[in-house]
Design a protein around this ligand. Sequence first.
Ligand SMILES: *Cc1c(COP(=O)(O)O)cnc(C)c1O
Length: 475
Amino acid sequence: MDIEKFRQNAHELVDWMADYLRDLEEYPVRAQVSPGEILKQLASNPPSRSDSFEEIFDDFQKIVLPGMTHWQHPSFFAYFPANSSPPSVLAEMVTATIGAQCMSWETSPAAAELEQRMMEWLREIIGLPSEFQGVIQDSASSATLCAILSAREVATDWRVNRAGLSGEPDMVVYGSTECHSSVEKNVKIAGLGKKNFRKIQVTDTFAIDTRALVDAIERDKAEGRLPICMVAALGSTSSSAIDPLLDIADICKRYRLWLHVDAAWAGSALVDPELRWMIDGIEGVDSFVFNPHKWLFTNFDCSAYFVRSPDALLKTLSILPEYLKSEGGEAVRNYRDWGVPLGRRFRALKLWFVLRSYGIEQLRKMIRTHIDYAQELALEIGAERDFELLAPTPLALVCFRYRPTKVASPVELDSVNERIVKEINDSGAAYLTHTKLNGAYAIRISIGQAGTKQHHVKNLWSRVKQTARGIRLVV
Ligand SMILES: *Cc1c(COP(=O)(O)O)cnc(C)c1O
C-alpha cells in the first residue's frame, strides 16, 4: 500500500468510523453469533498473494463485524464500561501512525514527559495527594501485580529479589471475598501461594469486615506467617462495594502492611469532589490504581497506577542490561522500570486529547449523569413490589432481581432471573450481565457509556419489567 493509496483508504475508513459511531444503535449490542461461526468463514491458510484493501475491508464488514460486541453502544450495560470518545480515538490513530515504542525516555522523550504530566493531571483530577507519582499500565491487573511485588520486596528488604522465596516465612495478602480475581491471580504469580491469600468476609454492604481483617492478621502472625499486603476494593466488580479506607489504613499502619487500592472502575468517579469520601484515609495508602479505560472516555488500554514511593517500585523492577543503557541518566524517567513489560505504547497521548477536549467540568458532568441515571433507576426498582435491590448503589451500578410472589424456591428465582438476562441479551436491544450476591443470582446494570442517555436506561428498565412479567412461571 503506497502512501497515496493509504491516504485514500484512510479517508474512506474515517468516514466509516464516523458512520459507525453515528449508527451504533442499529447494531445488536451483544454479538448474535454462535461459537465457531466466525472461524469457519476465515480462510484456513494465509494468502500467498496480496489482497486489496477493498477486499480486506469488505470481509471485515461481512465476517468480522457481525461477530463483534459493541462496547460503545449506548445500551451496553454489561460488566463495567470500557468507554471511549472521539478525541481518544483520534489520538489512537496518531499513536498507531507514529508507531513509537516508548520504553525509555530516549526512545521518545515526549512520550515519557507527556506521561509524567498526564499522571500529574489525573492525580489532581481525582484528588490524590501530591506525593503520588503515576505511570500508565496496560491493566489494573498488572498494576496490582506491581503492588504485590513491591510489598513482597519491602517486607523482605529485597531478599526475595536477590535470593528467591526459599527460607522466607509464608507471606500473606488480604482482600475481601468481593475483591477482584486479579488479586488472587497476582498472589500466585508473585510466588506467594494461593494458600497465603486471605479472602476476608464482608458486611451486609459487601464491604470488607475490618474486625475480621484484624482477626485474620492476628491469627497469621500468631502462627508464624508474615502479613505483607492488603488490597482494598474501591468499587468491587460484583456490586461496587466500597471498602472503608480510613479503618483499613489504620490497620495497615498498625501491622505494617502495604496498602494497595483497587479502584479500577470507581476511581474515575473521584473527578466529582463530592465523592472523595471514598478516599478518606488516602494518606495511609501506598499504591492506587484506576482505569481511565473504564469510565473516563479513554480507549482501552490505559490504567493509571500511582505509588507513594517510586523508589520501592523501581528497586523492585528495574534492571539495566548494557543494551538498554540510554541517554538522560538520573534526570529522566524510563517508564520501562515502572511495570512488567519492557515495550510500551504511547498511551499518554489519548489522555491528553481526552482531558483537553472535555476539561474537568465536562468530565465531571458526564460521570455525574451516569450516577444520576443509576440512582433514579435504583429508586424505580426499589418501588416495584416484584423487584428487589440486592446491593447498595453508591455509584452507577445497580444490582437487583425479579422476585414475583409466585416463585418459591431460591433455585427457581435464580433461573427466572437468568432467563431475563438471556432474553434481553439475545434480543440485541441491550446487554446486561449478572453476578451472585449472598449466593443469589443478581442482574447487574452498569451505566457508563459515553453515548448513554436517559431514554436508553428507561427503555432498558421497561424491557426488563416486560420480559420478567412475561415469563411463564411453572409453579
Ligand atoms: C475491571 C477491574 C479489574 C481488572 O481490570 P483490568 O484493567 O482489566 O486488569 C480489577 N479490579 C476491579 C475492581 C475491576 O473492576
